[in-house]
Design a protein around this ligand. Structure first.
Ligand code: C5P
Length: 292
């Protein structure tokens, strides 16, 4: 995520969505969070965020009326956290063009927060290091540190401990989002802890060597069953996807979005055509995407 300076002096950042190709829960922690291991990849579906200097206030506007733009928005929280931790008193007007569906398990809010830390670090000339920004990011949400530099990473802890992974080839994917979303905390609450957690080692190897077929066979998400019980649309979409020629399909994060893996770009085109004939729940949206 590199801030680009616009001719009018504003800064533009593209904040990508992420997918979880593997997600296993290792246990519940005393602080209520879950210890997990997950492979996250950023994809080329991005929110656009514009930062403009603005007196002493933090103002957020958004092109999507359904999204709250007050103190509960992670973008505002990120700006306030930066001011509190550095003593900076500058203001900013932030405009968010929302492209990533929310309540979808795609990390859109976390990515927007990460973009805000990066954008304001530059706009307010704070000179914080990436390590310092990641520490602040982890206070905002488990996925925020990932978006502060990585395109693909093996993530542990509550998701904030990162081991960057090299991505050999872009993965070509179809991404689907039912009309309904999922409440992350509720999906975690409904989860049954596995007696024998999976290691994800095979999937990790398949990812690193760029073997889409093997990767698709090894994909797994422990939260999927829990989300299924709370949202019937996810199961309905997965059933339709499994009737296509996709190499594999999975829910991302805590849902409700799902993705299907294609062999290559032309297969993803064919998959998109196949999808036209599937009976997806009303209001389901979909995109052809690739990993970054
Ligand atoms: O960290 P974040 O704010 O994104 O997490 C949202 C919710 O998801 C948490 O309040 C918690 O209920 C759940 N969660 C969890 N374990 C994690 C990450 C998230 O239980 N590792």
């Amino acid at each position: 995520m590199t801030p680009s300076l616009q001719t009018d002096g504003s800064l533009l950042l593209l904040a990508p969505a992420k997918l979880n190709l593997f997600l296993e829960i290792l246990g519940k922690r005393p602080d209520g969070y879950h210890e997990l291991s997950t492979l996250m990849v950023a994809i080329n579906l991005c929110d656009e965020i514009i930062f403009r200097p603005h007196r002493a206030e933090i103002l957020l506007s958004c092109d999507t009326p359904e999204l709250a733009v007050g103190a509960e928005n992670l973008v505002v929280k990120a700006a306030q956290l930066l001011r509190r931790s550095t003593g900076c008193q500058d203001g900013v007007a932030i405009h968010l063009r929302k492209k990533i569906p929310w309540a979808a398990g795609l990390g859109g809010g976390s990515s927007d927060a990460a973009a805000t830390l990066l954008g304001l670090n530059r706009l307010w000339k704070l000179n914080l290091s990436v390590v310092e920004l990641k520490e602040l990011g982890s206070q905002l949400g488990s996925d925020v540190p990932f978006f502060l530099g990585e395109n693909a990473a093996w993530c542990t802890g509550r998701g904030e401990i990162l081991e960057p992974l090299p991505a050999r080839i872009p993965l070509h994917l179809l991404l689907l989002k039912p009309a309904s979303g999922c409440d992350t905390a509720a999906v975690y609450r409904n989860l049954k802890l596995p007696p024998n957690p999976r290691s994800g080692q095979n999937l990790r190897e398949a990812f690193v060597v760029g073997d889409a077929r093997r990767l698709a066979a090894e994909m797994f998400n422990r939260l999927q069953e829990s989300a299924f019980e709370m949202n019937s649309e996810i199961q309905a979409i997965l059933a339709e996807l499994s009737r296509t020629s996709a190499l594999g399909c999975l829910m991302s994060g805590s849902g409700s979005s799902l993705f299907a893996v294609a062999e290559d770009e032309s297969h993803s085109e064919r998959l998109a055509a196949e999808l036209q004939n599937q009976k997806l729940p009303a209001g389901t949206r979909w995109w052809r995407v690739r990993s970054l």
